[in-house]
Design a protein around this ligand. Structure first.
Ligand code: NAP
Length: 232
């Protein structure tokens, strides 16, 4: 399946995984709206200033995308923040930001995009979730909570969208070398850091998900660097 002529809305597209996904989709012929708090199209698409945790801004950005490109086919809910602390040391503003951006941001992106996908009777919602959405990790209790929420939301939403032609997928990478993962407090040994995946590796998986024939859907993908343990 080709992405030629498809239109994608990507949150958190200014760097890291969101930027790599946006580039990959544009290379494959999609028109891409890149939404983040700045307004940078990175030379690959339409840059939209949008705080993913503000429903009004997300709705406005999705409307702008449809006005500009005339349709919407793909929503990639990628915007995310993390903070690595023991639970009681996690500043309350970090707690709120992780829930607001990672969890509510995914719900808002889906809420704004889904009516357009239903209108076409076809489309994809891809959440960039995490291994942290499938198992509890030390020093990441609130981040894990936000990511489990994201994963649960997408799993449940699938029940409402399948019969209307819209596929919902959780993409759950392990460690990816981005600003986010290498932030202060990320307590992985050097051997793990050296072997991390790249944002492009994740973009390849997203492309695979989006280009499956429409008679099936990928519900969830879990993939990890060879230097990370399976369940440790
Ligand atoms: P990153 O390099 O720090 O990029 C994060 C992106 O999110 C930036 O484009 C940032 O843009 C955007 N963002 C943050 N807050 C936002 C907000 N309120 N509204 C809109 N955009 C916002 O991080 P990344 O590693 O690419 O992470 C992307 C996603 O992958 C996250 O959901 C993360 O949980 C997930 N993930 C990452 C890893 C990893 O190891 N890196 C592993 C698994 C899953 P602005 O600052 O310009 O707004």
């Amino acid at each position: 399946m080709s992405l030629e002529g498809k239109v994608a809305f990507v949150t958190g597209a200014s760097r890291g995984i969101g930027a790599a996904v946006s580039r990959k989709l544009a290379e494959q012929g999609a028109k891409v709206a890149l939404a983040s708090r700045g307004e940078d199209g990175l030379g690959v698409g339409l840059g939209l200033a949008c705080d993913a945790s503000d429903l009004g801004q997300v709705e406005a950005a999705v409307s702008r995308t449809v006005d500009e490109f005339g349709r919407l086919d793909i929503c990639v809910a990628n915007a995310g923040v993390g903070s690595y602390h023991a639970f009681l040391d996690t500043p309350i503003e970090h707690v709120e930001e992780m829930v607001d951006v990672n969890l509510k941001g995914t719900i808002y992106a889906a809420r704004a995009c889904l009516p357009h996908l239903f209108e076409r009777g076809e489309g994809d919602i891809v959440a960039i979730a995490s291994e942290a959405g499938r198992r509890g990790l030390p020093g990441e209790a609130v981040y894990c909570a936000s990511k489990f929420g994201q994963v649960g939301f997408i799993r449940a939403l699938d029940h409402e969208t399948r019969e209307r032609g819209v596929r919902c997928t959780n993409v759950c990478p392990g460690g990816v070398a981005t600003d986010f993962a290498l932030a202060e407090g990320y307590g992985r040994p050097e051997s793990v850091l050296a072997g991390m995946m790249t944002a492009e590796d994740v973009a390849e998986v997203v492309l695979f998900v989006l280009t499956r024939p429409r008679n099936h859907r990928i519900l969830e993908t879990a993939f990890r660097p060879m230097t990370e343990m399976s369940w440790g």
